[in-house]
Design a binder for this molecule. Sequence first.
Ligand code: UDX
Ligand code: UDX
Length: 469
Amino acid sequence: MIIKNICCIGAGYVGGPTMAVVAQKCPHIKVTIVDINASRIAAWNDKDLTKLPVFEPGLDEVVAEARGKNLFFSTKIEKAIDEADMIFISVNTPTKTYGKGKGMAADLKYIELCARQIAKVSQNDKIVVEKSTLPVRTASALKNILVNTGKGVQFQILSNPEFLAEGTAVQDLLMPDRVLIGGESSESGQKAIQALVDIYANWVPKERILTTNIWSSELSKLTANAFLAQRVSSINAMSEICEKTGADINEVSKAIGMDSRIGSKFLKASVGFGGSCFQKDILNLVYIAKTYGLNEVADYWEQVILMNEHQKNRFSDNIVKTLYNTISGKKITFLGWAFKKDTNDTRESAAIKVADNLLNEQAFITVYDPKVVKERIYADLDYLNTRSEEENRNSVTVEKDPYIATNASHAIAVLTEWDEFKTYDWRKIYENMQKPAFIFDGRAILDTKVLEEIGFICYKIGSSNKVKN
Ligand code: UDX
Ligand code: UDX
């Protein structure tokens, strides 16, 4: 089975970069990415590559190379489905906000809509690939819908979870640690797996392409994210102990990371993990465990999220306590709003929760982030529904220049680890701030010694601080 035509439903952070790389590496395959969001598609088609809806280092070059040749962005969903041999589903699967499993289970309504649309349109056999992270056994629901509402054509379902991390998406796609493909053990299932293996084999070494049964593939994605998030919560738990005992979390991370059984990655203490996946996927896992009556398993994983909430709250509590227990009317500057550096994505960013807590204490917040636009920041705050849109706009200002953003501030809080923060003229910033001038480094990226020499009072996550808490 040779694939000549691919359709991907969902032109988001996953679908866009993934398919752009597939198109670049497989010039013999036509790749069409479709989305119900017309303005998003228009942005993907914009001649000005700085207007792409997803910011990822290197993505503009990949898009420039393939777009218009064998990579297309379109809103004509049915046409693209009809023409394709293989359809990737890459739509979002947010946590349910209603009904059974509210706040925990994945909302599969978009996935189901896609399945029904595929069934309605398809006139010949298709391979349907789950790219979105889904609860285990979603593939069987997908198959049911496809078979029961389709026109009698054959569907093969594959699970091919995405492991790319935002900010390094292009590199992760070009040189993945592994590609995971799950499918049925039947002959046609194996043929479908092979068709997808052949696509990746255009640039990924064969030994890195792993094939499994479909449930293992679905569960592996949730497991990978749960393990990664658990590492962050574990190191963050240690960061609090460090602050009390005089140990330094960066030193502890280095020391334990040199143990090859532990490994050095994902041991950076922070103000808390964010991103569209970690919380959602763990909640999903917790829900699955509860559904099977595995309460201890559910509690175990839920603790990773509770620790993360604690980390965000103790960061904002510490700011309030340090600024003499009142921040009412004080200006606090946020450096960074994105959930990590090198992305314009803000989903579940720790900055949102920290801002919400400080706004509850009537602070004025000014935000500077190199890539996040003003509208996004206000939308994140409005979505919380904790105060009116007007109140958010009165209390929060967004600046495009870090020196203006920090002018006359009482305190700076570093929420994202953008590299440029390390290169600022900190003396100039200090001079223009209110005194005493405080810095709360939630990413432990700044050189505290230099800052203290300038005159700042520094708090750095995970080290014994001048600021006593
Ligand atoms: C999403 C999921 O969040 C993640 O769990 C999964 O692993 C991959 O897909 P992401 O690409 O980051 O990740 O989501 P998002 O940027 O929101 O993109 C989804 C796109 O799907 C949006 O552009 C949305 O408009 C589109 N969509 C959604 C459709 O085209 N059709 C729908 O029915 C629903
Ligand atoms: C994650 C997974 O890494 C990826 O494989 C999966 O496909 C999607 O979810 P992503 O959410 O893009 O990717 O970013 P990731 O690099 O995992 O970071 C998640 C959060 O953890 C960020 O807020 C980051 O700042 C934080 N983090 C990460 C830490 O606080 N410390 C670390 O050591 C690593």
